[in-house]
Design a protein around this ligand. Structure first.
Ligand code: TYD
Length: 248
C-alpha cells in the first residue's frame, strides 16, 4: 500500500476491531507514521439459526409479571396432555444459578440481555430443540420476546438484542396475556418482589408488549377475567394452530 505521508510503498500493519451490531473493522496502518491507509467495514459471520424442526409446535406465553402466565401454562399443558398430546413445559429464565444471579445483580441492560440470551440458548439446546424434533408441543413461560420487551424498555437497542438472539429459535405462536399493572402486581404482593417487578417498569413493559404485538401480529388475550375464561380463549388459539399443524 502507498502511504501519502511517507511518500512510499509500505507493508501495512493490520488491526481488527469488533464494532457494534454485527460489524467488524479492519484498519490498515502505515508501519512508519501510523496513519490509517485503508478502512474495511465487514459484517460478522453470525451463528446460523438452528434448522427449524418441522415436527413440533413451539408456543410461548408472555406478559407483565403477575398476569397469570404460570397458571395458564399449567392449565393448557394439562388439557393438551389429557387430549393425548406429548407436551414439554419450560420456563425462562431457565437456569437457577443464572436466574439468581440476574435477580441479585443490577446489570446494565445490554449485559443483562446477553445473560438472558445465554440462558435461552442453554435451554433451547438442552430441552426445546430436542423436544420439537421429537414432535412435541413445547409450552414456554416467556421466550425471546421477553428480552425484546424488558431489555429494550430498560434501554438496550432493539437491533442489538435481536442480534444477541440470532441463534435462538422464535416461537411459532406467541400469546401475550394482558391486564392492567395494578391488578397484575397485586397478585404477586404476597411474595417478595424481584427488582423487575416495579410499577413504572411494568407499565412501560405493558406498552412495549402491546406495540410489539401490533407490529408482529402476536395474539393478545385479555387476562382480567377469571382464569377459566382466559384458559378457554388461549385454548381456542392453540386449537387453530393444532389444526394447521395436523395438516402439515
Ligand atoms: P420470574 O419470577 O422468574 O418469572 P415470571 O416470568 O413469572 O415473572 O421473573 C422473571 C423476570 O425476568 C421477569 O420480571 C421478566 C424478566 N425477564 C427479562 O427481563 N428478560 C428476559 O429475557 C426474560 C426471559 C425474563
Amino acid at each position: 500500500m502507498y502511504c501519502q505521508k511517507c511518500r512510499r510503498s509500505v507493508d501495512p500493519l493490520v488491526n481488527e476491531y469488533t464494532a457494534c451490531e454485527g460489524y467488524y473493522v479492519k484498519v490498515s496502518l502505515c508501519p512508519r507514521c501510523r496513519s490509517p491507509l485503508h478502512l474495511d467495514l465487514r459484517r460478522f459471520k453470525l451463528p446460523q439459526r438452528p434448522t427449524r424442526s418441522t415436527r413440533g409446535l413451539y408456543v410461548a406465553f408472555e406478559g407483565i409479571d403477575g398476569v397469570g402466565k404460570t397458571l395458564q401454562t399449567r392449565l393448557v399443558s394439562g388439557e393438551l396432555r389429557r387430549r393425548g398430546f406429548s407436551v414439554e413445559v419450560v420456563k425462562e429464565p431457565y437456569h437457577d444459578l443464572i436466574r439468581d444471579f440476574l435477580f441479585r445483580n443490577l446489570l446494565d441492560p445490554i449485559t443483562e440481555a446477553m445473560v438472558f440470551a445465554v440462558d435461552r440458548l442453554i435451554l433451547q439446546r438442552k430441552v426445546v430443540l430436542p423436544s420439537l424434533e421429537e414432535g412435541k408441543i413445547v409450552i414456554s413461560d416467556r421466550s425471546v420476546v421477553s428480552s425484546l420487551v424488558f431489555q429494550t424498555v430498560r434501554g438496550a437497542p432493539l437491533g442489538l438484542v435481536e442480534m444477541m438472539n440470532r441463534g435462538v429459535l422464535t416461537p411459532d405462536v406467541v400469546i401475550i396475556l394482558d391486564t392492567d399493572v395494578e391488578t397484575a402486581l397485586s397478585r404477586i404482593d404476597s411474595r417478595e418482589k424481584t427488582r423487575f417487578e416495579y410499577v413504572d417498569l411494568q407499565r412501560k413493559v405493558r406498552e412495549a408488549y402491546l406495540e410489539i404485538a401490533r407490529e408482529r401480529s402476536y395474539y393478545v388475550v385479555d387476562a382480567s377475567p377469571p382464569p377459566e375464561y382466559v384458559f378457554n380463549e388461549i385454548l381456542s388459539i392453540i386449537e387453530r394452530h393444532l389444526e394447521k399443524w395436523g395438516n402439515k
